[in-house]
Design a protein around this ligand. Structure first.
Ligand SMILES: [Zn+2]
Length: 176
């Protein structure tokens, strides 16, 4: 490797670190899963979105993978729980549960009821639901009911197709 290339590599490495440190400082949610970091002064490793107070950049080591962060021998941070599900994943699970409740047979439950079932305040739930699905809980429930009514004949058609497929896969000995 010649001098120039080496210097260029060093610069691009630096800028990657710089970019990541910037993401870390603003707790950028899109950095989640992209890298991890450990703090040499405290001996913990964290997600890039950790809510704890930031360490000095010179004490921060960046890691490409969770395994690499673990290999430091440090302990996982209790605040951001890098070994557990991320906040975004937890939210996804909550919203999925909410969607199931809203889509259940019969009359849709009130969003207050769904919010308390998933352990969120009504306003927080509304905000999160909108962020995740792009719609409100009541509009979602309504559209779901409209779709279910429309898709009934489709479902019947699909199962008919599946029967046909099974026949074809089943071999040539089926007499039709
Ligand atoms: Zn942390």
């Amino acid at each position: 490797m010649d001098q120039v290339t080496r210097r260029f590599d060093a610069v691009s490495d630096m800028s990657l670190r710089g970019r990541r440190l910037a993401q870390l400082m603003r707790r950028d949610p899109s950095a989640e899963g992209q890298f991890w970091y450990s703090v040499i002064t405290t001996g913990v490793y964290c997600r890039p979105t950790c809510p704890a107070r930031h360490a000095l950049p010179e004490n921060i080591r960046l890691h490409e993978t969770l395994a690499e962060a673990r290999a430091t021998g440090f302990r996982p941070c209790r605040r951001c729980d890098p070994e557990g599900a991320s906040l975004a994943q937890k939210h996804d699970v909550l919203i999925q549960t909410a969607c199931e409740m809203l889509g259940a047979e019969g009359r849709a439950p009130s969003s207050q009821k769904v919010a308390s079932a998933v352990g969120l305040s009504r306003s927080h739930f509304h905000k999160l639901f909108r962020q995740t699905t792009g719609t409100t809980p009541s509009a979602y429930a309504k559209s779901l009911r409209a779709t279910t009514a429309r898709s009934r004949p489709l479902t019947a058609r699909r199962s008919f197709d599946q029967v046909q497929d099974i026949r074809i896969v089943g071999g040539g000995d089926v007499r039709v």
